[in-house]
Design a protein around this ligand. Structure first.
Ligand code: PAD
Ligand code: ZN
Length: 370
């Protein structure tokens, strides 16, 4: 099969059509990946922000059709349409049972670039290939744990459903699950990419009355308005914290989201939050990023709450159907997130577009020539 492979850190991706798949093992499923979003976290593997072993098939935001099931698989059957989840959710471990399936203990193995047992199912020329998040949606097919997918109705277009797998669950979940937005709140979102735009539409659904979008590209700020932002700040021109203060009567916003993953913008998010307000950190920083906070003011005198948001604090089995309902009711934009449809051979250009700020999301539609 064909797949886009990252051969080594800081190298361009290479597309090859001689990637081999093993048969799905017990509890595993072969999925024909129909579409995959291109997320900043894929780029973060390429540039070492998210360290994973190479060579690796990237891609963790996808949807497809179940083609074959391994021994003991009960959650899905051949022919089912599924959204892939970049965090497996077993429902049985300590964190799943404590209402935090987005931290399922089975996902600890994701850092190995392998399946749940750490071994791989992909190879090329006899050498093993790793797969991002036990998925690897830049491949036309993927062997995936059955606990890493959610069945969806057949009438949902799969290229639209793909985006739910990461950007929508994470962004909308950050607003609806992680944060506690009250009706009428002021919200600021720093970073309006594929994930940040979803935070904006989530904040709107949660009832925020003022949504301040911050980005360094006017193109992104225009998209932000379409997704529900009421005010925009170009961080390249001005000091985002002062601008947010000015738009919130000098108090700071009730809830501020950081959706980039840089030390300075994380500090901006904390400083732009009102006293007693909430900061939600969504962007994934490099491993060596530290933040300098004044302990007395941040937490004590100003009583701010700082929350980390992994996968939108989602329960994928409940949240995927909920998001699809919101989309069917017209409250959630999905098609509008797709700026470009591409082939898997064009993924390097999609990384460049993402960095240039010209796209919300590029979506790969696999051609399945084999
Ligand atoms: P993206 O590249 O589409 O969007 C990032 C946005 O930030 C772009 O619009 C940039 O223009 C903007 N930006 C960059 N630097 C600055 C700056 N200094 N000031 C203002 N704006 C700036 O990425 P994305 O939306 O796909 O992902 C965003 C982050 O979220 C990234 O770090 C990714 O790894 C992370 C992520 N986290 C989770 C999670 O579970 N927490 C899931 C998925 C993605
Ligand atoms: Zn992602």
């Amino acid at each position: 099969m064909k797949a886009a492979i990252l051969p080594a850190q800081d190298s361009p991706l290479e597309t090859h059509d001689d990637v081999e798949l093993a048969e799905p093992g017990p509890g595993e499923v072969r999925v024909k990946v129909v579409a995959s979003g291109v997320c900043h976290s894929d780029l973060s593997v390429q540039n070492g922000t998210i360290p994973l072993p190479t060579p690796i098939v990237l891609g963790h935001e996808g949807a497809g059709i179940v083609e074959a099931v391994g021994e003991g698989v009960t959650k899905v059957a051949v022919g089912d349409h599924v959204v892939l989840s970049f965090v497996p959710a077993c429902g049985e471990c300590y964190t799943c049972k404590h209402g935090q399936p987005f931290l399922c203990e089975q996902s600890n193995s994701s850092a190995t670039g392998g399946m749940l047992d750490g071994t791989t199912r992909l190879s090329r020329g006899g050498a093993p290939l790793f797969q991002m998040a036990a998925l690897g949606t830049y491949g036309e097919y993927a062997i995936v744990p059955e606990i890493s997918m959610v069945k969806i109705p057949d009438d949902v277009p799969l290229h639209v459903a793909a985006l739910i797998g990461c950007g929508v669950l994470t962004g909308v979940g950050a607003a609806l699950n992680t944060a506690e937005i009250q009706e009428g709140d002021s919200v600021a979102v720093i970073g309006c990419g594929g994930v940040g735009l979803n935070v904006i539409q989530g904040a709107k659904i949660a009832g925020a009355s003022r949504i301040i979008a911050v980005d360094r590209f006017d193109s992104k700020l225009e998209m932000a308005r379409e997704f529900g932002a009421t005010d925009t700040v170009n961080a390249g021109d001005t000091d985002a914290v002062i601008e947010i203060m000015g738009l919130t009567e000098g108090r700071g916003a009730d809830v501020v989201f950081e959706v980039i993953g840089l030390g300075p913008t994380i500090e901006q998010a904390i400083n732009a939050t009102r006293k007693g307000g909430e900061v939600v950190l969504v962007g994934v920083p490099r491993m060596d990023v530290m933040v300098n906070l004044n302990a007395a003011f941040t937490w004590l005198y100003l009583a701010k709450t700082i929350k980390g948001c992994w996968y939108g604090s989602s329960n994928v089995y409940e949240d995927v159907p909920k998001l699809l309902d919101l989309w069917k009711q017209g409250s959630l934009k999905l098609e509008e997130l797709i700026s470009k449809e591409i082939t898997v051979d064009e993924v390097n250009e999609a990384f460049a577009d993402m960095q240039a700020g010209t796209v919300a999301r590029s979506v790969i539609r696999h051609a399945h020539a084999d």
